[in-house]
Ligand binder design. Sequence first.
Ligand SMILES: *[C@@H]1O[C@H](CO)[C@@H](O)[C@H](O)[C@H]1NC(C)=O
Ligand SMILES: *[C@@H]1O[C@H](CO)[C@@H](O)[C@H](O)[C@H]1NC(C)=O
Length: 130
Amino acid sequence: MAHWLRNTLLILTACYFDCKGEEAVDQQSGHVTALEGGLVTLSCNYTTSSPSSNLFWYVQLPRDSPQYVLRRDRYSEGSNSDEFKKRFDSRLNFTSSSVPLMIQRLQLSDSAVYYCALRPTVTAGDSVTV
Ligand SMILES: *[C@@H]1O[C@H](CO)[C@@H](O)[C@H](O)[C@H]1NC(C)=O
Ligand SMILES: *[C@@H]1O[C@H](CO)[C@@H](O)[C@H](O)[C@H]1NC(C)=O
């Protein structure tokens, strides 16, 4: 295998919930390959009727269950999981209804499946277990 190939990592994105309907997230699905040490931005557009939805990113490493990475909402800065503080960031853009995940200084161990998820906070009785 060529040297550069060994230094690329594979990132898969997937829709966490049903991607149709009123409350939905739309990720580019499939493979994203990036260079070790580089930067990658994973896109996620969402649709919601709630103005105060929480958006989440999760990562699922091979042979592991999904782990919480970060949460963003419109009215606060949100928070990151301790494990994902340094190199992971996201800015919710309310105008474009997007919450792209940026990963800096990529490491081979970042190869994983990344999920974007939405939790409307206003709609009672329509909560989603994450
Ligand atoms: C999100 O929306 C932007 C702007 O409308 C578009 O360019 C992009 O392809 C969309 N991404 C996904 C994953 O649908
Ligand atoms: C949010 O999205 C809008 C529309 O795509 C864009 O014009 C604006 O620059 C974005 N804001 C930020 C802070 O990225």
